[in-house]
Design a protein around this ligand. Structure first.
Ligand code: ADP
Ligand code: MG
Length: 305
């Protein structure tokens, strides 16, 4: 036999629930946007009744967004759609989501290896140009030239200058400028890359690593000359990368504390065992000169200011 008391209680709960439900739905239909939508589509009572749950969904999510609450699909805005005489809700990405997705896409075009995080936000517009007009102009000219015709070879820049003047910052700004126009580049801290590649010797991944670097449409080797080079790194890593880029005419940038002349004598010529190999050094130098034009960056040391 049924438990009458329990059944009555159940009915009471349902009645309450029905009452609540009706209030919720009435409330949802009182939303101004919903009212305009219903009027515009001249919907019948039965159509409205069958659309109730969708209208409720629309208004609930809309209010969650207005109150800054987390919605089931963050970044998406509900929209009323009239579909087969019923109301449906579709979700469209909000302007902010679209903007963030665009920014993420731009950032994804710049591949960085062991680069400081701050470089990711470097902008040419923020580059301090006083006394550095020539180098700033060269950066702008490169971006203009490359984005106008990426298949025509343009020399990159060899930026020399003392510690903290903003060489790496400028490289980052160029990479970001290219990314905004849809072009990919790779920036790597050369001394860290050298250590990484040395550590990879036992793992068979050396060739893959070198390949992915050498083929980057635009490559920036940051801080070259800051470490000590072995003959292997010079000839079989750096040499291979530069040889490929020269053959394929791919723009390549460098930053260094050393001038080209000092790079040759102090970095490329003497290997880490102290042996002088001037001919091999010259070969690397010829490639650097083919790929880039030397600029000297002056300025204050921003790391101490
Ligand atoms: P370098 O590579 O010549 O040693 P960096 O590019 O690393 O120098 O610059 C030194 C510091 O100054 C970094 O923290 C960098 O982010 C900052 N910096 C350089 N140029 C600018 C700039 N134009 N606007 C803002 N910060 C800058
Ligand atoms: Mg630097």
């Amino acid at each position: 036999m049924k438990d009458v008391g329990e059944e009555m209680a159940q009915q009471m709960r349902n009645r309450n629930w029905m009452k609540n439900y009706k209030e919720l739905i009435d409330d949802a239909f009182s939303d101004e946007e919903v009212k305009r939508f219903v009027a515009k589509n001249q919907m019948s009572q039965s159509e409205l009744a069958r659309s109730a749950s969708k209208v409720y969904e629309f208004v609930t999510i809309k209010r969650q967004i207005e109150n800054g609450e987390v919605t089931p699909a963050p970044g998406y805005q509900p929209q009323l759609v009239y579909n087969n005489h019923l109301i449906d809700v579709s979700y469209v990405p909000s302007d902010e989501l679209v903007k963030n997705q665009k920014l993420a896409e731009i950032k994804s075009r710049v591949r960085t290896l062991n680069m400081p995080k701050a470089i990711r936000n470097a902008q040419l517009a923020d580059f301090d140009i006083v006394g550095r007009e020539e180098i700033a102009q060269a950066a702008v000219d490169f971006i203009d030239g490359y984005t106008t015709n990426p298949n025509k070879f343009i020399k990159g820049m060899y930026i020399q200058g003392s510690f903290g003047v903003g060489k790496t910052y400028l490289l980052g700004a160029i990479a970001n400028g290219l990314a905004e126009e849809g072009f990919r580049s790779t920036m790597l801290h050369f001394p860290s890359f050298a250590v990484e590649i040395k550590n990879a010797i036992g793992t068979n991944s050396v060739i893959g690593k070198i390949d992915s670097i050498k083929k980057s449409p635009v490559l920036m080797l940051d801080d070259i000359g800051a470490d000590q080079l072995s003959s292997w790194l010079r000839d079989d890593v750096l040499g291979i990368i530069l040889q490929y880029r020269m053959q394929e005419e791919l723009p390549t940038f460098f930053s260094s504390n050393l001038s080209l002349k000092d790079l040759l004598t102090q970095y490329l010529t003497v290997n880490n065992r102290g042996e002088a190999e001037p001919l091999k050094a010259r070969r690397i130098m010829e490639r650097i000169i083919y790929l880039s034009k030397e600029y000297t960056m002056i300025g204050k040391n921003r790391r101490h200011s």
